[in-house]
Design a protein around this ligand. Structure first.
Ligand SMILES: [Zn+2]
Length: 406
């Protein structure tokens, strides 16, 4: 097994392309905001919250998702959202993440005083403040180190109930006779309209659309119109798929949602989950699916720790299909999913992978650089190419410094 030092993994320039902002809040900030907003927490100490809510191991997906109840609730005004976003960018940069794509569901945070537009603008304000501060460092300004950058992904929820937020409560109330699947589709369409406005009229760095939340029972076809609209407006598309449902969910993400990337994709090879009675047909379906994904360079956003925490069947990271994905030369990138809820960092995720799978220096470099290449970079294609070139040069400098790759 090729060994890499922790210092090396921390220093190389990294991306996080699948990370939920509301699942990545600093605990002291969460406590402070909850106190100020008079929101109840099960504990008001970091240790207490680690014991009761934000654990290293969870029983199942339900227990994993429980923490969002608190983190999402404190994102209820502009200042809190801006602060959370600012700290998020700083935490990423502190562990060598140079480019990040935080995602969140604006509709979860709408209040009487804060529209969807305001939520997105506040996130951008926090991220941009951190970006400016970071990029004013001498080593970045004079080109010795590559700059920090970000782009925003907005998530529609696959399903919601009145209890999800004030916005959803009103939405359900205003459409009492509409079947729920149509309502979910309609709300997702509203979000894309908002994304078009904030990008085109306000110049906010929103580059992609995502579908998050309960996967099983809520097929992607219900959100087809929203994805069509996003597609026609040149947004990039990613979809949470193949996490809690089988390969068919990934198929729908590609055929109904024009997915450029897939969130998780863990069950991509699991033919037993395909709804076809004939075994050879199931195997053929999976074979054709992964071949298509690989050949189209649809990138899988792999979140190892999160998968271990939400899939009780996955007893060890060694059994994670990421090994097979690498063997089959599928494009993939390592992500945290949630820095707080999964109690992890990008450096941790990469360390977990290289400690359990044989990944040679050239392969590791390819995977890390691919994160930058397959990012939904906001600043234009030619700038993106220059940025990636700068990242590769810097990565190779760090390799030399640590004597890696010889
Ligand atoms: Zn996710």
């Amino acid at each position: 097994m090729t060994k890499y030092s922790r210092e090396f993994l921390a220093k190389i320039p990294k991306t996080d392309l699948h990370v939920h902002l509301d699942g990545s809040i600093r605990i002291p900030t969460l406590i402070e905001l909850a106190k100020a907003q008079k929101l109840k927490l099960p504990s008001y100490t970091e240790e207490g919250l680690r014991k009761t809510v934000f654990k290293d191991k969870y029983k199942n997906l339900l227990e994993y998702l429980h923490g969002f109840k608190y983190t999402s609730a404190v994102m209820s005004d502009r200042e809190s959202i801006e602060r959370i976003s600012y700290e998020f960018a700083q935490d990423n940069f502190a562990e060598g993440v140079r480019y990040v794509e935080p995602r969140f569901a604006p509709q979860l945070h709408v209040t009487d005083d804060m529209s969807m537009d305001d939520v997105i603008v506040s996130v951008d304000r926090g991220l941009n403040k951190a970006k400016k501060e970071i990029n004013s460092r001498k080593t970045i300004k004079n080109g010795i180190e590559p700059p920090f950058d970000y782009s925003i992904i907005c998530c529609a929820m696959r399903m919601f109930t009145e209890g999800f937020s004030e916005y959803y409560k009103r939405y359900v109330g205003l459409h009492p006779h509409m079947p729920s699947y149509e309502l979910f589709g309609l709300a997702s369409l509203d979000l894309v309209e908002t994304m078009i406005y904030v990008r085109d009229e306000l110049g906010i760095a929103v580059s992609a659309f995502d579908l998050a939340g309960a996967e099983s029972g809520y097929p992607a076809e219900d959100y087809k119109k929203a994805y069509e609209l996003a597609h026609k407006n040149f947004f990039k598309k990613t979809v949470h798929a193949g996490e809690a449902y089988g390969p068919e969910s990934i198929f729908q993400a590609i055929t109904d949602c024009h997915a450029d990337r897939i969130g998780h994709g863990t069950h991509i090879f699991d033919d037993t989950m395909v709804n076809l009675s004939d075994e050879s047909e199931r195997k053929l379906y999976v074979e054709e699916l992964w071949q298509y994904v690989a050949d189209s360079r649809i990138t899988i956003e792999v979140c190892p720790t999160s998968n271990l925490q939400t899939m009780p069947k996955l007893s060890s990271v060694k059994k994670h299909p990421l090994g097979e994905m690498i063997d089959k030369r599928i494009s993939l990138t390592f992500c945290t999913d949630n820095r707080l809820i999964s109690n992890t960092t990008v450096t941790n995720e990469i360390a977990l992978v290289v400690d359990n799978f044989e990944i040679k220096p050239k392969k590791l470099k390819d995977i890390i650089i691919y994160g930058f290449k397959r990012s939904f970079y906001f600043g234009g294609y030619l700038n993106k190419r220059r940025y990636v070139r700068q990242i590769i040069d810097y990565y190779e400098k760090i390799e030399k410094e640590f004597n890696v790759g010889k």
